[in-house]
Write a protein that binds this ligand. Structure first.
Ligand code: FUB
Ligand code: ZN
Length: 659
């Protein structure tokens, strides 16, 4: 296994010095992702979405955060020292931080003086609310500081984590360190409060672990790595105390029933779990801790083989915002919180870079294009908290939520898309997602500009042009998506039933088929690359019918449609107001067409099916042939409320005659 060295540049602005360190060696990591700030996205699919986030979504976050709710006012109140009342919920500070993080990524793609000014204004208010000992939490500062650090569930460390992530992102984009200094002071406060005295503390909502790892990589300070590891090591020993542990009497809810390294199954709250494993993977990458890796491989299979929706959404129950029994994946009541899909993206990215296995990007891509993206309206200013896979027509998007974790989470994910496209190691370049973009690698000492052109996910052609300053040898790894090969991972929940697609992935080099090695799901072309070399990848974009394992009761006698990475749904808005009255027969035929969902150009699927209708006698029902339209799942619920289904009946007993 190759090692990757990460060269860290940490500018100590206060001292006016620059420290360059190779101290933080990532021992087991196969490669590291290329950061969003190094990638220019030109993509037809994603660029307009990133622009919407930069405008409409951030505008919504700002209006909600400082005008319609008291989130910013809480910071002002702390700074005024007038004993004013806290507004909102104890974790509301985190939404301010996540919005800042989204703004930071967005400023890189989409510079905007007004957003930058707003961010600086908020940062001043946050800094003014920090206590001299580094503590920063408006809820406890306004409601009683004597109670701070007494209830592990009250999200003090969760909010700290989001502060740290925002600070690192804003520093990386702007070089401004005011928020970073605030975050460092708070992280140091936490470190000296807990780790030095070894006082047990189980975070009631994991997040700080992955955030500390970001701070560690930026500052190269071991104490943050140790603190992240310490937080993980606290779990599973019965130290957990607070509302969660009292109310749920079941530490499984927050993955505190067994130590992280001994965990074998996915349990409890989905977002907590995803953030935990992301942090554990980050720690494993820095410490070469196989204990975390072994646990995570097993837990990952439990998620993906038994507990994940076709959309990549996870956490089927609203009761615990999380997991229940294996294969319990109801469609209409599916919770599938947007944040949980965002967490799937985080965790699967780490698993991919640690192992070099593309199956993790298959899952990441599924969650990204379906479960997560569905959380954001096409207009950019309406949101889903839960993302069900069917609706009787009563489910709609919201402007905001009382618990508003999802809007800024999807905003920061879309704005940081550049983080997920490419990877690099000493010996190679990795292409994980097919997104039109440019970046420049350095192989040896040679700069290698790379340009990717594609109309993915609508078309399967991808063109990658490399322009090294001089010929240079390296291995180009191109992900071969599982869906394109009709081969879901063994044990997978879903299978492609209609392997009508004989088409295979084609890879050409300078116009001619090229022999490549297959390695862990990548096509690897190892050669001396020269200016103007072009690799073309052709992915078969057939409409695929999907069936689920028989254990998933909700999907029996039903099929779903997928094309490329996109899961499709039938929505009433395209089908005379109905989506539950159709039957997809075994011999159904499918065609694709260019289509518009409001201002979103999509490829829709036309399917020849039967629909149930009352017969003219008014007493019986007749099945009539009909062409229906299916649209990408992420695009539904943008034209008002209407019925929708992802899993379409293939047997008459599942057809609803009236709806
Ligand atoms: O507790 C903070 C956030 O609120 C969680 O991540 C979400 O699931 C929601 O409960
Ligand atoms: Zn959420």
């Amino acid at each position: 296994m190759k090692t990757t060295r990460r060269k860290l540049t940490y500018t100590l602005a206060l001292l006016g010095t620059t420290v360059v360190s190779t101290h933080a060696q990532l021992l087991v990591q196969r490669f590291e992702p290329v950061g969003f700030s190094q990638v220019t996205i030109t993509d037809h699919f994603w660029k307009p979405k990133m622009d919407k986030v930069a405008t409409a979504t951030l505008r919504a976050c700002i209006v909600q955060t400082e005008e319609k709710t008291g989130r910013i006012r809480n910071f002002e109140k702390v700074a005024r020292h007038k004993n004013e009342k806290h507004e909102g919920i104890y974790y509301d500070d985190s939404d301010v931080y996540k919005a800042i993080e989204a703004m930071a990524y967005s400023l890189k793609n989409h510079p905007d003086a007004a957003i930058q000014q707003k961010t600086d204004e908020w940062i001043d208010k946050i800094a003014a609310a920090q206590l001299p000992d580094g503590y920063l939490n408006t809820y406890y500062t306004l409601t009683g500081l004597d109670k701070r650090w007494t209830d592990m569930e009250r999200h003090e460390d969760y909010c700290a984590g989001h502060l740290i992530e925002a600070a690192v992102a804003y520093y990386n984009t702007t070089g401004k360190r005011k928020l970073l200094d605030v975050a460092i002071r708070f992280a140091d406060h936490i470190d000296s409060t807990f780790r030095v005295k070894n006082r047990p503390w189980v975070s009631g909502h994991q997040e700080i672990e992955l955030a500390l790892m970001r701070l560690y990589h930026l500052t190269n300070q071991d104490r943050y790595l140790k603190l992240a590891d310490w937080f993980l090591a606290q779990r599973g020993h019965g130290y957990g105390k607070g509302k969660i542990w009292d109310e749920w009497k079941n530490p499984k809810y927050c993955q505190d029933d067994v130590p992280v390294k001994d965990q074998k199954e996915i349990t409890g709250h989905a977002v907590r779990a995803m953030y935990q494993y992301t942090g554990a993977a980050d720690v494993a990458a820095a410490t070469n801790d196989q204990g975390y890796m072994n646990a995570m491989r097993t837990v990952w299979e439990d998620v993906v083989f038994r507990n994940m929706y076709l959309t990549g959404g996870i956490g089927s129950s609203g009761h615990n915002e999380g997991f229940t029994e294996d294969y319990d994946l109801p469609n209409e009541s599916a919770y599938c919180e947007t944040c949980a899909s965002v967490g799937m993206v985080f965790w699967n990215q780490r698993m991919n870079t640690l192992t070099g296995e593309s199956k993790y990007i298959d899952v990441l891509e599924r969650s990204l294009y379906n479960g997560a993206l569905d959380g954001l309206s096409l207009s950019g200013d309406r949101f889903f908290y839960g993302n069900p896979l069917s609706s009787a027509g009563n489910y709609g998007r919201s402007e905001w939520f009382g618990t508003a974790c999802c809007p800024s989470n999807i905003a920061r994910l879309v704005a940081s898309l550049g983080d997920y496209i490419y990877g690099r190691s000493e010996e190679g370049i990795w292409v994980n997602l097919f997104v039109a973009s440019n970046t420049t690698f350095t192989m040896g000492k040679t700069p290698v500009p790379v340009q990717m052109e594609t109309n993915y996910p609508w078309e399967g052609a991808v063109k990658i042009t490399t322009n090294p300053a001089k010929p240079v040898e390296y291995a180009l790894h191109i992900r071969m998506p599982g869906w394109a090969q009709n081969v879901p991972a063994p044990g997978n929940l879903y299978r492609y039933v209609d392997s009508r697609s004989a088409a295979k992935i084609e890879v050409l080099l300078n116009g001619k088929p090229v022999t490549y090695q297959e390695e862990k799901g990548y096509a690897v072309i190892h050669r001396k690359w020269k200016k103007g070399d072009v690799v073309e990848v052709r992915l078969p974009m057939d409409v695929r019918q999907v069936a689920s394992r028989k254990e998933v009761k909700a999907d029996q006698d039903r099929v779903a449609l997928q094309r490329g990475p996109l899961v499709y749904c039938v929505e009433g808005a395209d089908n005379e107001g109905k989506a539950w009255n159709m039957l997809v027969p075994d011999n159904a035929t499918f065609a694709t067409q260019s289509y518009q969902v409001l201002d979103e150009p999509v490829v829709s699927i036309k399917a020849n099916v039967s629909v149930a209708e009352p017969a003219p006698d008014g007493l019986t029902v007749q099945m009539k042939p009909r062409t229906i339209v299916a649209i990408p799942y992420y695009a539904w619920a943008n034209r008002g409320k209407s019925p929708m289904q992802v899993w379409l009946p293939s047997r008459i007993k599942e057809v609803k005659i009236t709806e």
